[in-house]
Design a protein around this ligand. Structure first.
Ligand SMILES: [Zn+2]
Length: 225
């Protein structure tokens, strides 16, 4: 059956379009070999943790890859967000999960929460890309997933033209924990695709941290300055 699918849907590497790759992989061996790992996932005070200094109390934060323009990672994230390719999210999640597991820093995580998507985007895309990533993580690193404890309650306009301060202000009150009993006293790993200013993760994380006994960590597939 796989061979038949292969015939109708040529299976090519998302990085370089080579057709020499395993059925389960989205990248060829060459592209896998050159993935831009940050190498800091196990390090304290890494650049992703520094984003949240003075803004939100995180136990650990890290990203597996650098997000470079026109890179393999960008191609995969474009597939995930704009080409309805959830497999790209599962694949990236698997890679992130392997790194989280290897680092041993995240061992005491109790549950994973995918960053909630607003309804308009959910409707357009049909799925939450962060959930696709979380499911990928879960396939190699079995931490329970909670999808419905936190919700995005406000719609925000596109924020690309606003500065960091404005962005934070417009993100306030966007998220709410609607089922606190699901996350009370737990160490939560909040997961998203890319971290840039951290404003969205901060807004969501801040609402999570209001719940008694909660500890928060953050992981993203990629990090960009
Ligand atoms: Zn390739």
């Amino acid at each position: 059956m796989d061979d038949l699918l292969h015939l109708f849907f040529p299976h090519v590497c998302i990085g370089c379009e080579s057709d020499v790759l395993d059925n389960e992989s989205l990248l060829c061996a060459e592209c896998m070999h050159h993935l831009p790992y940050t190498g800091f996932i196990a390090a304290k005070a890494n650049p992703v943790e520094k984003i949240f200094y003075g803004r939100m109390n995180v136990q650990h934060a890290a990203s597996a890859f650098y997000f470079n323009k026109e890179s393999v990672i960008q191609n995969l994230i474009v597939q995930l967000k704009y080409k309805s390719n959830q497999l790209a999210g599962n694949f990236l999640g698997k890679l992130l999960g392997n790194e989280l597991m290897k680092s041993q820093r995240f061992d005491d995580i109790d549950v994973m929460i995918p960053l909630p998507l607003n309804e308009k985007k959910f409707f357009k895309r049909g799925y939450n890309q962060s959930l696709a990533i979380v499911n990928g993580i879960n396939s190699v690193w079995q931490k329970p997933v909670i999808e419905n404890a936190v919700e995005r309650i406000l719609f925000t306009e596109t924020q690309t033209h606003k500065g960091r301060i404005d962005r934070w202000q417009t993100m306030e009150g966007v998220f709410a924990v609607t089922q606190p009993s699901l996350i009370e006293n737990k160490h939560i790993l909040l997961v998203d695709d890319v971290v840039t200013t951290g404003a969205t993760l901060e807004a969501c994380g801040t609402s999570i941290l209001k719940i008694p006994g909660v500890k928060l960590s953050v992981a993203t597939v990629a990090y960009t300055i």
